[in-house]
Design a protein around this ligand. Structure first.
Ligand code: FCB
Length: 438
């Protein structure tokens, strides 16, 4: 399958109409010094009103799938129980529109913009609040269960837990390391608990979760760098992969946190939880942007071995362009965890190009796209069960704490006029899809 990916908060705008309640991200944007240039997503790409025009671009691209998310605050009233029909109607129009174009919807239930009131009740940090997520999942899957086949519970639990609750750069902006781990656990637990609900409301469903994975690689062969890399991989990747695929949380990193006095234990992991978390899924979504080159901070730089691994070209986000990392990651995950089916649910790059004579010649994005799709092809040739690729993103959009300063779109948006212009990469992707669907 070929597709593009977006998320509700980043593109929709219209953040206070048709009964939508406040989202944690609405509140976070209103706080001073949270978002670059004090940007907010009140209008964003105005996708709420322009989705039909945006889906014309999907047709033109020739994709057969589209990943988007539902804004939970549009779906429920402030008791988090009663449904808001107008919000459901909006997504009904979205889904019908996609289906009329023969585009398979991939629906993400949680791409971060949860109701503020959910957070105020304790949100992801409170195990009891999982019930609210299940109520919401139940409403949505009952409503769309016969139309939508591909369901994603959460997008990137690491980002929610770490950026939202540890370093505070994302909503809700808290900084408490133990709490952030508890959040990651509750997210995984709620994923497992949602699976049977989705399955019972959507007969033909294929259910998965999306993880942001980044393979860590040591900067040198020193034992310190090797150790730091192992710990990085356990924290960033295995902390999620292991419990989802029937193993326990990784031990070295947990012991390291205890030894450093960051936590006493992971007592939020109660008996029976791991069985729920590891309930069978139908696919794994992988978001890949880059690898991480790891240098130990435990010893002074001059006592470590010289750096052998140097980062290559970087995007505007300072993320290294490293397509081989995607190939190796796909092979590694497939072999170690055997998820049965994998989708690259996000992959993309931030580059800003000016419009010249009406065109946007974003050649570095064209190169990025080509090389990463080639990496996918190599993984498939090695036998990886890769079933689809979705580029992040269809449109330039609201890039969370970075506001509108980072441009990931295949389609350029002028945020003053809302004018849309497909970039060179859009046409390149179209060609690629055309060749590969033949
Ligand atoms: C991912 C997010 C997505 C977007 C890209 C650039 O972490 O899932 O919403 O912001 O990064």
């Amino acid at each position: 399958m070929w597709g593009t990916a977006t998320s509700s908060f980043q593109i929709e705008g219209s953040n206070d109409i048709d009964g939508k309640i406040e989202s944690v991200w609405d509140e976070f944007c209103d706080r001073p010094n949270t978002i670059k240039n004090s940007d907010n997503a009140k209008i964003a790409c105005d996708h709420y009103n322009r989705f039909n025009q945006d889906f014309d671009f999907l047709d033109e691209l020739g994709v057969n799938s589209y990943r988007f998310s539902i804004s939970w605050p549009r779906i429920v009233k402030d008791d988090l129980k009663r449904k808001n029909q107008k919000g459901l109607d909006f997504y009904s129009r979205i889904i019908d529109n996609l289906l009329s174009r023969n585009i398979e919807p991939f629906l993400t239930l949680n791409h971060w913009d949860v109701p503020l009131i959910f957070h105020e009740k304790g949100g992801w940090g409170n195990r009891d609040c999982i019930e609210h997520f299940l109520d919401y999942s139940s409403i949505v899957t009952k409503e769309f269960g016969d139309k939508v086949k591909y369901w994603i519970t959460h997008n990137e639990p690491w980002v929610i837990a770490n950026l939202g609750y540890n370093n505070g750069t994302h909503a809700p902006g808290s900084s408490n390391f133990y709490k952030s781990l508890e959040v990651s656990h509750n997210l995984l637990l709620s994923h497992g608990k949602a699976i049977p609900i989705i399955k019972s409301n959507s007969n033909q469903s294929s259910v998965g979760i999306v993880l942001n994975l980044s393979p860590g690689m040591p900067a040198s062969k020193s034992s310190e760098d090797l150790k730091a890399t192992k710990l990085f991989n356990q924290y960033f990747n295995e902390w999620y992969l292991c419990p989802l695929y029937g193993k326990n949380y990784p031990k070295d990193i947990t012991a390291d946190w205890v030894q450093k006095g960051l936590i006493n234990s992971i007592d939020f992991n109660k008996e029976g939880d791991l069985e729920i978390i590891s309930r069978q899924t139908d696919f794994l979504g992988i978001n890949y942007y880059s690898r991480a080159i790891i240098r130990s901070e435990e010893i002074p730089e001059e006592e470590n071995l010289p750096i052998e691994l140097v980062a290559g070209d970087k995007t505007d986000f300072e993320w290294e362009v490293y397509p081989d990392g995607l190939r190796d990651l796909l092979i590694d995950v497939d072999q170690k965890y055997n998820p049965g089916s994998i989708f690259v649910t996000e992959n993309g790059c931030a580059y800003d190009y000016p419009k010249e004579d009406g065109a946007i010649n974003d050649i570095r994005r064209v190169k990025y796209l080509d090389s990463h799709i080639m990496a996918c092809k190599e993984a498939v040739q090695k036998g990886v069960c890769l079933d689809g690729y979705m580029h992040w993103s269809l449109l330039d959009n609201f890039e969370w704490a970075e506001g509108y300063s980072k441009k990931f779109g295949l389609v350029h948006i002028d945020f003053d006029t809302q004018e849309r212009t497909p970039k060179q990469s859009f046409w390149a992707y179209k060609n690629l899809i055309e060749k590969n669907l033949k």
